[in-house]
Design a protein around this ligand. Structure first.
Ligand code: ADP
Length: 543
């Protein structure tokens, strides 16, 4: 007993089938394939262009903001330099006052309040030199030693570096610009101004969000457009495919509705034209076939009466053949044989035309197939003995009664045994009968001439003979196996063959236990067990 699935397990098991379902849908639906490919390509295009736009906008935003920042700081530094140059610095108090003014000036002139100023290291001690200053945001490693060293080594030059600033709003991207300035009477001072770039970052984020929304909307739009377009184009093709399927199934009256004058209307018109021609040709062929069937049937019936008269006359002549001169006796015997063949041929032709007319009815009765086979063997033993063949029955099964038409099955078995005698080269013939729960089977194995692969393909065709020049003693018409196949098919059974040149043949008849029932298993193998064994020798050939 299987354990019950939880909802989660059920969901998971369904999810697992998705790849298989999607693969099946991909193979089956042109619509799904086209829409998927269009959406995938659009996605690639949207991603590529979005990425390109995002990078170029970001670069552009940054460089223009940087230029602005550098201009700003350059302006501030110039004003600071001018302030120092114009100041009257005579004592420590004066310098400190000037430095405070510089500090205020820097904050006022630049757009940023984040400023710092340090006395450059490595200068001799100056008691007048005022202390440096620094906004709190520039504490803790914001000003890298790298930047400071570069600034310290290059008097009057502006240097910048990208940094992360810690503000009340959290960490934000920024830029620090620094310059070394000569302060008269106090030595060299490094001044730094940091600029918050979060506004540029926000602009970029806003732009990226907008692009994402536009991209998704574009994707949905393209998918919907592709769906509608494909629907417009594929629907008529689907209708054409379904219609041709119905046509192939034999519904010759189906047609496609023709609307408009576009390519699809041309397709519908050509399709309908093709269907009209096909219907016309099939009707003509059916009529022709009917005429032919009727002709064969009429001719056979018409020949019956004169043949009966000829048969009566032949019987009289044949009975008195000993009273004729030897040459006439021979002619009388020849006439007798040919009249007999004519009768058989006429019977076969009438039987075939009955099949063609569809007027054949099975007369089912419970029959024991093994006994039926034994009867047939008994009836043909004399003929087999004439040809030196010995017929053996092997019947491990098939002793129970099955519902078959005994007259038709007997005809098949006699025909198969007759052929085996005819082509068996005087070697033994083995008739095997077996059965299982679904079917009964009978095979007739000979060790005679056998047939090539291509001969086997035609062996059940009407009027076909492997080699018309082969000597005939029984006088076949070439219709025997064709009639046998029809008889087997009428029971819902099959007649098939295994054969190899010089190794003999084995014809196998398989019938469902219930006539017309399904045939799923075969009690006997088509290839005989001794297929690769030694061929039995003919009587008198033994060493
Ligand atoms: P026929 O009345 O000529 O025997 P069938 O339809 O019974 O007509 O057989 C058609 C042809 O199949 C035969 O002429 C023969 O060439 C070939 N054939 C049938 N049975 C055998 C067999 N057991 N061995 C070799 N050839 C065979």
């Amino acid at each position: 007993m299987s354990s019950p699935l939880s909802v989660a397990e059920l969901g998971l098991s369904q999810v697992r089938t998705w790849p298989r379902r999607i693969r099946a849908l991909w193979r089956r639906s042109l619509r799904f394939r086209t829409v998927s490919i269009t959406v995938a390509l659009t996605l690639v295009a949207v991603l590529a262009s979005g990425l390109y736009m995002s990078i170029s906008v970001r670069n552009d935003l940054f460089s223009s903001r940087l230029n602005q920042v550098l201009d700003d700081s350059s302006r501030t530094m110039n004003s600071v330099q001018r302030l120092f140059e114009s100041a009257d610095i005579s004592d420590r108090v004066a310098i400190t006052t000037v430095m405070n003014t510089v500090r205020n000036q820097m904050a006022a002139t630049s757009s940023s309040q984040l400023i710092a100023g340090y006395r450059a290291p490595g200068q001799e001690y100056n008691p007048y030199a005022p202390q440096g200053f620094r906004s709190s945001e520039l504490a803790g490693g914001v000003l890298s030693t790298d930047l400071r060293h570069t600034v310290q080594d290059n008097l009057g030059e502006q240097w910048w570096q990208s940094v992360t600033l810690t503000t009340q709003d959290g960490d934000v991207p920024g830029v620090v610009v620094g310059q070394l300035v000569d302060v008269p009477g106090a030595g060299q001072y490094e001044f730094y101004i940091a600029f918050d770039l979060s506004d540029s970052e926000q602009t970029l984020q806003f732009l990226q969000q907008t692009m994402l929304i536009v991209g998704l909307a574009l994707l949905l739009l393209v998918g919907a457009v592709a769906w509608v377009v494909v629907r417009l184009v594929v629907e008529p093709i689907t209708i054409a495919a379904e219609t041709s399927q119905r046509l192939a199934d034999g519904d010759l009256g189906v047609r496609i509705r023709e609307t408009g004058a576009d390519e699809l209307a041309t397709l519908a018109r050509s399709f309908n034209g093709m269907a009209d021609t096909l219907q016309q040709r099939i009707r003509e062929l059916a009529e022709l076939s009917l005429v032919q069937q009727r002709f064969v049937s009429d001719v056979s019936h018409e020949l019956r009466t004169p043949l009966t008269t000829i048969r009566l006359a032949d019987d009289v002549i044949y009975d008195q053949r000993h009273t004729f001169p030897p040459a006439t006796t021979r002619t009388a015997e020849l006439l007798h044989t040919q009249v007999e063949r004519f009768e058989v041929l006429l019977d076969d032709l009438l039987e075939i035309s009955r099949y063609d007319a569809g007027s054949v009815q099975l007369e089912l009765e419970p029959t024991n197939l093994a006994s039926l086979a034994q009867d047939c063997i008994d009836g043909m033993e004399a003929l087999a003995a004439e040809r030196g063949s010995d017929i053996r029955l092997v019947a491990p099964g098939g002793h129970g009664d099955v519902e078959i038409d005994p007259r038709r099955i007997r005809r098949i078995v006699r025909n198969l045994i007759g052929n085996a005698i005819e082509h068996g080269e005087g070697r033994p013939i083995v008739v095997t009968v077996d059965s299982n729960a679904d079917a009964v089977a009978l095979s007739v194995r000979d060790y005679g001439l056998g047939m090539s692969e291509s001969d086997q393909e035609h062996v059940f065709d009407r009027f076909w003979r492997a080699d018309p020049s082969r000597r005939r003693t029984i006088g076949g018409t070439g219709l025997g196996l064709a009639i046998s196949t029809e008889d087997a098919a009428l029971h819902g059974g099959v007649l098939d063959v295994w054969s190899r040149p010089a190794e003999g043949s084995s014809f196998r008849l398989t019938l469902p236990r219930v006539a017309g029932g399904p045939l799923t298993t075969y009690p006997l193998s088509r290839v005989p067990a001794d297929a690769d064994g030694t061929t039995p020798v003919r009587k008198g050939e033994e060493s």
